[in-house]
Ligand binder design. Structure first.
Ligand SMILES: [Zn+2]
Length: 242
């Protein structure tokens, strides 16, 4: 992920001043880290039907969170957190007093977040959660949008994932994928549009604001759409810029 590239892109597209603030956990006291770790540990989703807070937090889980917060290079993923509550926690305890509607605060995380779907009432992994602050989950871009349908069919037939990954290479984003920064550009723009207009999405599959549910849709909209933004959104961007 190239944050400098992301920053330059946003600035160029919008003429809004962008600054990289670094790790939000940096500068917390030991007591604060412990308090945050306690709270984050309670946001784990162990059952996608039930959500978090249903079970007692184990001591080991709190210790894990504490270690994770203290280690900037921590890269493990796999644990799922309740997105809306995670957002609330960041707002109330870490970014307290730093958020306002004159600034668009976008947090990139290497954690997986999930929110409950209104239709099937089950928790689903998300790429992004817009609000205060906006959250973009890097592993979410790998896990949330669906891979080609045949991928799952073949996996059920028992073909090993490694072989399938090779067969479908390029058609979905993988961990450490060199296209990640390019994909993120569209999503930071979605966050900005959410904040400015209340609507982060577009119906146009070629527009970077398209709300993709499939990996191939996401890669198309972000990497090889007809244009970067549809005429309607391009016009809004022009207005923002001027
Ligand atoms: Zn559009």
């Amino acid at each position: 992920m190239d944050l400098k590239d992301l920053k330059d892109y946003l600035q160029e597209k919008t003429a809004i001043q962008v600054s990289l603030k670094g790790n939000i956990f940096g500068g917390l006291s030991e007591d604060q880290v412990e308090m945050i770790a306690q709270k984050v540990a309670r946001l784990r989703i162990k059952d996608p039907w039930k959500g978090p807070l249903s079970e007692k937090t184990l001591e080991g889980e709190v210790a894990y969170e504490q270690e994770r917060i203290n280690d900037r290079e921590w890269k493990l993923f796999g644990i799922l957190y309740e997105g809306v509550l995670y957002q609330e926690l960041l707002r109330d305890f870490i970014l307290e007093g730093k958020l306002n509607d004159r600034n668009c605060t976008i947090l990139l995380t290497n954690q997986l977040i999930a929110t409950r779907d209104q239709d099937d009432l089950r928790y689903h992994i998300r790429t992004s959660l817009y609000g205060f602050p906006h959250i973009l989950s890097i592993p979410g871009f790998v896990s949330a949008p669906a891979k080609p349908r045949e991928f799952y069919v073949k996996r059920q037939m028992g073909i090993p994932v490694q072989i399938l990954k090779e067969e479908y290479k390029g058609r979905f984003l993988d961990h450490g994928d060199s296209r990640t920064t390019e994909v993120l550009k569209g999503y930071v723009m979605q966050a900005l549009f959410f904040q400015l207009t209340g609507d982060p999405f577009c119906e146009d599959q070629d527009c970077r604001l398209f709300n993709s549910h499939w990996q191939e849709e996401m890669l198309h909209a972000q990497l090889d759409g007809k244009y970067e933004f549809c005429p309607r959104h391009e016009a809004i961007l022009d207005k923002i810029k001027s």
